[in-house]
Design a protein around this ligand. Structure first.
Ligand SMILES: Cc1cc2nc3c(=O)[nH]c(=O)nc-3n(C[C@H](O)[C@H](O)[C@H](O)COP(=O)(O)OP(=O)(O)OC[C@H]3O[C@@H](n4cnc5c(N)ncnc54)[C@H](O)[C@@H]3O)c2cc1C
Length: 460
């Protein structure tokens, strides 16, 4: 069935597509924009469920409140008054190594921490004297860390951080694309310690202990954000509409075909579906772009939410949670102490934990049965936190191709995709597969799409 030509169609209603469609609807009028989402509910991996009083985030559990664009969008949606910030104690982060939880502390306490051997600590202290990298060849996160702070610190501190953020493997991920600020610190200041000192002198927020900004969410979980954005779009959002093909009409419009057999037409299209789905949609329109999109790898990851009465948890779990270096030979990647950060998200007197299993180095884990995943939690995590009883609450979420991985060579892929955007004016690729995986990055990606589309359409 032929539909009227819209100004813009957005494909994919995760946070990126919702944000892009929200602003485009404001710029162009809601009647001129359509968002096509394959699932029955918009939100993508940003979902939450409240069961038995436990508010479980299925994917992300919040965003860092350091990106003004995210806060502005939330404000525009009328949700600022509902934001909750993680407790101050969430600054306490731990690494499980040597049979115990070790708090990650900054200098000078770090030099006394047993997390690294004396040799490892001495090597780390040499960081300010390590020369910056002179050539411009790509480097993995692990290579960068090993070069600057030594292999032991790279394995024990950096490896777990990378599996915590990306579900990824520091040995294959590109530093430049995953942690561009860290790469820039070395380029601008000659090293990390110098950058920390330099930034502090200029009163810029920076911390060696974790990302700057406070983890922020909503009482009922992060899905409040996509839920409200979807409501604001009204009937501009069409769910259950999986796009299968993009092509050009003889009139120079984009034709967007859905698997239900409908064809929508628009002057501009934002493809905010995951890269592998975008590749499928664009196969006929632009084969080179489709190949580039297809080459973006993903990590599969499972999130196991468990709940307990506080009396069953004997360890001190005040803080953000902990990560486990791969050399500890445990299968679990780490555990977030959700109810310590956000007490509102568990019933009073109860503890909610979120355990991550799988990731790029353990792709099979996402296929484990519920019983097998629960057994991992029992065997590997309960002893670490002194938990002596079965969880009274269990929910498991599995994400096949859940988190994109920016491997070495990601820059070449981005250039291919940008070349396709230049070949097809009005076509924009947005989402977590390109320039950052955090929710803040998704908002920035949506705003880039909005800028390019309104520029193309000649709208202020
Ligand atoms: C387990 C986990 C934990 C995370 N933790 C955090 C965190 O704490 N903080 C943080 O900032 N980030 C976190 N992230 C990352 C963040 O959640 C994602 O990067 C972000 O939600 C991606 O949004 P998106 O809109 O780009 O993509 P998605 O959420 O993947 O949305 C894409 C949408 O496109 C739809 N779609 C697919 N194919 C088609 C098609 N053919 N036609 C139409 N629609 C289609 C999908 O159904 C989906 O709704 C986490 C991710 C995961 C998986």
């Amino acid at each position: 069935m032929m539909t009227p030509v819209k100004q813009a169609i957005v494909v994919g209603g995760g946070v990126t597509g919702l944000c892009a469609a929200y602003y485009l609807a404001r710029d162009l009028g809601r009647e001129n924009v359509t968002l096509l989402e394959a699932d029955a509910v918009a939100g993508g991996t940003t979902r939450s469920e409240t069961v038995q009083g436990y508010a479980c985030d299925c994917g992300p559990n919040g965003f860092l409140d350091r990106e003004p664009a995210t806060l502005e969008w939330i404000d525009a949606l009328g949700l600022s008054g509902e934001l909750i910030r993680a407790n101050e104690s969430a600054r306490r982060r731990f690494i499980y190594a040597g049979g115990r939880l070790n708090e990650i502390v900054g200098p000078p306490r770090f030099f006394l921490s047993p997390l690294l051997s004396v040799k490892g600590r001495l090597r780390l202290m040499r960081e300010p004297f390590i020369a910056g990298k002179r050539d411009h060849t790509g480097e993995t996160i692990w290579e960068f860390a090993a070069r600057r702070i030594g292999t032991e610190a790279a394995n024990t501190l950096v490896g777990p951080m990378v599996s915590g953020v990306f579900g990824g493997d520091a040995r294959v991920l590109s530093l430049e694309h995953c942690f561009p600020r860290m790469a820039a610190m070395e380029r601008e200041y000659g090293g990390l310690t110098r950058a920390l000192i330099g930034k502090r002198l200029h009163k810029k927020a920076v911390s060696p202990l974790g990302p700057s900004g406070r983890l922020t969410s909503f009482r009922e979980g992060i899905a409040r954000l996509p839920g409200e954005a979807a409501a604001a779009l009204g009937d501009a959002l069409q769910t259950g509409e999986r796009v299968r093909r993009l092509s050009m009409t003889p009139e120079g419009h984009y034709a967007v075909e859905t698997s239900g057999g409908q064809t929508h037409h628009a002057r501009a299209v934002v493809v905010a579906a995951p890269a592998y789905a975008a590749a499928e949609c664009c196969r006929e329109l632009d084969e080179a772009a489709s190949r580039a999109l297809d080459s973006i790898r993903y990590a599969h990851i499972a999130v196991v939410c468990t709940g307990y009465p506080n009396a069953a948890v004997h360890g001190d779990i005040t803080g953000f949670g902990f990560l486990i270096p791969r050399q500890e030979n445990l299968r679990v990647l780490g555990c977030l102490w959700t109810s310590s950060m956000f007490p509102q998200q568990a019933p009073p007197g109860h503890t909610l934990l979120r355990t991550m299993v799988g990731g790029y180095t353990d792709p099979e884990a996402v296929g484990l049965s519920d019983e097998e995943l629960l057994d991992l939690v029992r065997r590997e995590l309960h002893p670490i936190m002194g938990i002596d009883s079965e969880p009274e609450f269990l929910r498991i979420f599995r994400w096949q191709r859940g988190i994109p991985q920016y491997l070495l060579g990601h820059g070449t892929i981005l250039r291919e995709i940008e070349a396709a955007e230049a070949r097809h004016p009005g076509l924009v690729f947005a989402g977590n597969a390109y320039r950052g995986i955090g929710l803040n990055d998704c908002v920035l990606s949506a705003l880039r799409a909005r800028r390019l589309v309104t520029g193309f359409l000649g709208v202020e």
